[in-house]
Ligand binder design. Structure first.
Ligand code: CMC
Length: 435
């Protein structure tokens, strides 16, 4: 990053000028360093939703929304999707280089050796209501990891931070699967070391003690790809939440739990579940598709087409491009129930209508990654309320890599935004009997 260039802004009321460094990243738009603006001019900046604000510097993930580019540590997502595996991508995000064979073997072995949960944690699940959403269970249980794993928890020690990352990546599928098993009254299933990461998750989700179960390699491979595509995405809402929570030197498991909470919303990771709920509503309504497209375009109606649009991508989401292919391929290869097939047909019809409709074309509202992942999960037989849980499982490596980067960053400070105050001022207290 060079900072030889500057930007000067002038206060037209006082005539005072402030010159600020213009930082040049390795890729992407230049960034004005406004750190001294308040000191010099007495003003804050106002940017709801962070439309023009870089909240930190980071060397992990690069996004170009206009060109539809996504790279992890400089490697294009298309190449990683074709050649890599989820655990290799985890290593890359954490360590900034692709592992050698022996580094990857060691990493995979470490993750495999950390998949079990403390037995007392397993009893923790039964404290939840039977009908609890698995995301609610996950927020609670991941936060509770902070109560179970105190050792190796000097957050200023790089090795300890790595152990925290291994624990999270390894235990997340176990926690996710147990959340599902508990909510469905099924017996808890422990991980098996001879299975790979995604096979193990499918095994913990779907096997029964009464029968043999071999995870379908096609599904395990598709899930691995989906996990790669969801592994990190720069400073999105949940990652920014993890960074903000972690910036107070909070426990990292608790910080990641706050990220899971942020991910849950339908405008973010909850969109994959919301997509399928929307498709069910469309089918049950008996109304034509155009009725819903028109509602999505109506500014007086809060209805939006879930799974369409993105804050950063104003071109096709590169993840959606890759996942779309897998989605169509998987639907051809797999048998689905009549009900499922109806939902999938509606999804494909909606995709077509929206891609051709002027409103969506003009606003660059393409189907995003959540549109297709919801459909793939549905075809895989994964229950709807587990969709966002799988997103959380995949994004954990992004959250913890970004947290680790922040903890090692000498310039990082506690996150403390300011505000544009619009409330009353200097009121005198009125006794209750005089109001
Ligand atoms: N359906 C209908 N209109 C839409 C949609 C949609 N899904 N998304 C955006 N628009 C319109 C919006 O009304 C606005 O129109 P106008 O310019 O006429 O006022 C324009 O497109 C720009 O939208 P915006 O709300 O200013 O964009 P944003 O960057 O604030 O919001 C978004 C991005 C993802 C929250 C939004 O597109 C959305 O709500 N999409 C549906 C939910 C969804 O699929 N979320 C998953 C996002 S991808 C994965 C992830 O982040 O987890």
């Amino acid at each position: 990053m060079s900072n030889e260039e500057t930007v000067t802004i002038k206060d037209n009321t006082t005539g005072k000028e402030v010159t600020m460094p213009l930082l040049t990243p390795t890729a992407g738009p230049k960034v004005i360093d406004i750190g001294k603006l308040y000191k010099e001019l007495g003003y804050f900046t106002y940017d709801p939703g962070f439309m023009s604000t870089a909240s930190c510097s980071s060397a992990i993930t690069y996004l170009d929304g206009a060109e539809g580019v996504l790279q992890y540590r400089g490697y294009p997502i298309e190449q990683l999707a074709e050649h890599s595996s989820y655990l290799e991508v985890c290593y890359l995000l954490l360590n900034d280089h692709l592992p050698t064979r022996s580094e990857l073997d060691e990493f995979e072995n470490t993750i495999t050796m950390h998949t079990m949960l403390h037995e007392a944690m397993i009893r923790f699940f039964s404290g939840f209501r039977r009908d609890a959403h698995p995301m609610a269970i996950m927020v609670g249980v991941v936060g509770a990891l902070s109560a179970f794993y105190h050792d190796h928890m000097d957050i200023h020690n790089e090795e300890h931070r790595m152990i925290t990352a291994y624990r999270l990546v390894a235990k997340m599928p176990t926690i996710a699967a147990l959340s599902y098993r508990f909510a469905n009254g099924k017996p808890f299933v422990y991980p098996r070391n001879q299975l790979n990461y995604t096979e193990n998750f499918l095994y913990m989700m779907f096997s029964m003690p009464t029968d043999d179960y071999t995870p379908d390699p096609l599904l395990a491979k598709a899930l691995d790809l989906i996990m790669i595509l969801h592994a990190d995405h720069e400073q999105n809402a949940s990652t920014s939440t993890v960074r903000l929570a972690g910036s107070s030197d909070a426990n990292p498991f608790a910080a990641v739990a706050s990220g899971i909470a942020a991910l849950w919303g339908p405008a973010h990771g909850g969109a994959n579940e919301a997509v399928i709920r929307m498709l069910i509503n469309i089918n049950e309504s008996g109304k034509p598709l155009q009725h819903f497209v028109d509602r999505a375009k109506d500014k007086n109606d809060s209805f939006r087409l879930m799974g369409f649009g993105h804050r950063v991508y104003k071109n096709y989401d590169p993840r959606a491009k890759l996942i779309r292919e897998v989605c169509h391929q998987l639907l051809n290869d797999m048998e689905s129930s009549g009900e499922q097939q109806k939902l999938l047909d509606t999804a494909m019809a909606l995709e077509k209508v929206a891609l051709e409709d002027d409103y969506f074309v003009e606003r660059n509202l393409y189907p995003n990654v959540d549109f297709y992942s919801g459909i793939i999960f549905l075809a895989m037989g994964i229950p709807m309320n587990m969709f966002t849980v799988i997103f959380a499982m995949a994004r954990t490596i992004g959250w913890i890599s970004q947290w680790n980067e922040m903890m090692a960053d000498k310039e990082a400070k506690i996150g403390r935004p300011r505000q544009l105050y619009t409330g009353e001022i200097d009121r005198d207290y009125i006794p209750i009997d005089k109001r």
